[in-house]
Design a protein around this ligand. Structure first.
Ligand SMILES: [Zn+2]
Ligand SMILES: [Zn+2]
Length: 253
C-alpha cells in the first residue's frame, strides 16, 4: 500500500511540504483551540487559576509560533524521511493489524511512549548543561510562563534532537501506522496541555497514586519556573528515580 512513491528529489520535497503542512496545522489547531477556550472565551473564569503569577512577555506568543513553524519544518522533514524509509523497507512499520496479535497494538503505543520518555528525559537533562543550554534549549525557556503556543517552540537544534527519536524507534520497533498517527496527536495534545499554565486534570486524579505517574500543566509549569526540576515528557518515573522532581507544592485555587 503506497500512496505515492518517492523516486526523485522533487517528490521528496513535495512530501516534506505535505508533512510540514500537516504538522503545522495540527499544532495551530491544537494550541489554537486551547488558547481560544482558556485565554479568550473563559478568560475570566481561568485567570485566577493560572499557575504562574506573572503574565506572558511582550511579543512572546508570536515568537513561539515563529519557532514552532520552524520546528514543524524539521518535523515535516523527518516525517517525509520516515515515509521514504518505510517505502524502501527500512522500518519495522507493519500493516496487518493482527500480525503480532491485537494486544500488541496498545502495547506498542505504551512501548513507544516509554522509549520516547527515556530518550527525552536524558537529552533534556543534557540540554540543561550550561554549555549546551544557551545554544540549544534557551529558546524554549524564553517562555518563563508557558502558553499553549510554547508546545513546539524550540530552537531548530532542539527540534532536530526531538524529531530524530520517533523515526529511529520505528526502524526497530514494529508499530502500525494508525498507532503512529494516534501517537503524534497524543504527543501534540500532551505538549499543549503541559504548557497551558492552567491545570486541566481533576485534583483527585493529580493527587492519586496513579495520577502522580503522569505529567500535566502543574508539573511542567514548575520546570519552566525552576529550570532544575521536572525534566520528564509524559511520565514522572525518571524524575522520581533520579531525584529531580520538584518539591514545590502548588495550590491552584
Ligand atoms: Zn528544559
Ligand atoms: Zn516546556
Amino acid at each position: 500500500m503506497v500512496f505515492f512513491e518517492i523516486n526523485n528529489p522533487g517528490l521528496f520535497l513535495l512530501c516534506v511540504v505535505i508533512f510540514f503542512a500537516a504538522v503545522f496545522l495540527r499544532y495551530m489547531v491544537s494550541a489554537g483551540i486551547f488558547y481560544w477556550y482558556f485565554y479568550k472565551l473563559k478568560s475570566e473564569e481561568f485567570s485566577s487559576k493560572r499557575l504562574s503569577k506573572r503574565g506572558f512577555r511582550k511579543g512572546q506568543l508570536k515568537k513561539e509560533i515563529y519557532w514552532s513553524m520552524w520546528s514543524s519544518v524539521i518535523f515535516g522533514f523527518f516525517g517525509a524521511l520516515t515515509y521514504f524509509l518505510w517505502q524502501k523497507g527500512f522500518t519495522a512499520i507493519y500493516l496487518e493489524p493482527d500480525k503480532f496479535g491485537y494486544w500488541y497494538i496498545p502495547a506498542s503505543f505504551i512501548l513507544l511512549s516509554l522509549l520516547h520518555e527515556t530518550y527525552y528525559y536524558w537529552v533534556h537533562r543534557w540540554m540543561h548543561h550550561p554549555k549546551v543550554f544557551r545554544k540549544i534549549h534557551k529558546v524554549h525557556h524564553d517562555s518563563l510562563v508557558p502558553s499553549p503556543w510554547t508546545a513546539f517552540s524550540f530552537h531548530p537544534w532542539e527540534s532536530l534532537l526531538e524529531a530524530l527519536i520517533v523515526p529511529a524507534i520505528l526502524l526497530v520497533l514494529p508499530v502500525h501506522p494508525v498507532v503512529i498517527g494516534i501517537y503524534l496527536i497524543f504527543m501534540t495534545l500532551s505538549s499543549v496541555i503541559n504548557h497551558l499554565d492552567i491545570e486541566v486534570y481533576p485534583k483527585a486524579f493529580i493527587k492519586s497514586r496513579f495520577g502522580k505517574l503522569f505529567i500535566g500543566a502543574t508539573h511542567h509549569h514548575l520546570h519552566h519556573a525552576e529550570f532544575k526540576t521536572n525534566f520528564g515528557l509524559y511520565f514522572t518515573f525518571w524524575d522520581r528515580l533520579m531525584n529531580t522532581e520538584s518539591r514545590t507544592e502548588i495550590s491552584s485555587e
